[in-house]
Write a protein of this length. Structure first.
Length: 278
């Protein structure tokens, strides 16, 4: 099992991977560029090659996360072009680092007809990936339902992927806090969620997990992360999840609060303790 956390690329991609290894991570996540901007980034190919080599040598798995302004259901044509160009740039960086994929939030459409939002998402994914020849996947992440309820069900995630012309280039990233906030998973209905996911063929395309507890109760539709076992989801629910067959081999990254009193290194060690040794 590969467990790690989100890390900074402040000192470059290789440095990010080295830091992940230093804190005992088996996986890590990073922003390919400024997380608050859609501006393209010219990257140092020596740095990305060294990052890829280091990860291979140390058995590290990595994923990247698209910048915050990305909304694949955006209706404005000019902004849609900027988003698509930005995502193409992200995929180039992700591929150069030999990362598994790029996490992209399920779209949020503010219009009155959600079907139009789904249509815009499918068009964006097709445009982004039709000529993409790399191995890195786009990983669609489930939403918490904050503000807009789109992207909170397994059915939506699976259908959007199926309806594209590029489904083989798309996988999923499950955020546990989002699943709890949207009431997809309440911590006790794991068997029901797994059965539904198998029925829909969701788990065969699950490539990454954002491992986050929730600062708010189930069904709150509020996206606020808490440390594992210290929020409303609780230790028992995570222990059950971590030992489920459907998540074995899937890299898991923490996006949880960190302080000098409780670091991600401490939390990674704690999460590993919830998994019985082989």
């Amino acid at each position: 099992m590969k467990i790690g956390s989100h890390v900074s690329i402040r000192n470059g991609y290789l440095a990010a991977a080295q830091y992940a290894a230093q804190i005992g991570a088996g996986a890590f996540q990073y922003f390919p560029k400024n997380p608050r901007s859609l501006k393209r980034k010219s990257f140092d190919k020596n740095d990305t090659e060294n990052c890829a080599r280091f990860c291979q040598q140390h058995g590290l798995m990595s994923i990247a996360h698209a910048p915050y302004p990305v909304n694949i259901a955006e209706p404005d044509k000019k902004l849609r072009k900027d988003i698509c160009d930005s995502l193409k740039n992200d995929l180039e960086i992700v591929e150069a680092c030999h990362s598994l994929g790029l996490v992209v939030h399920f779209g949020k459409y503010k219009g009155t007809d959600p079907l139009e939002g789904y249509k815009l998402m499918i068009e964006m994914l097709n445009e982004l990936l039709v000529n993409w020849g790399g191995e890195a996947l786009v990983l669609i992440e489930n939403n918490a339902g904050q503000g807009i309820r789109m992207g909170t069900t397994l059915e939506e995630l699976v259908q959007i992927r199926k309806l594209t012309d590029v489904s083989g280039k798309i996988g999923f990233c499950l955020d546990t806090c989002h699943a709890f906030a949207s009431a997809l998973w309440n911590g006790d209905n794991g068997e029901k969620v797994i059965a539904k996911g198998k029925e829909l063929d969701y788990f065969s395309h699950l490539k990454a997990i954002h491992l986050n507890d929730s600062a708010y109760p189930c069904g709150s539709f509020r996206d606020r992360h808490a440390n594992i076992g210290k929020g409303h989801i609780g230790e028992a629910a995570f222990e059950s999840l971590l030992n489920s067959s459907v998540v074995q081999g899937v890299p898991m990254v923490l996006e949880t609060p960190e302080s000098h009193l409780y670091t991600h290194q401490d939390e990674i060690r704690y999460v590993y303790s919830l998994v019985p040794p082989l």
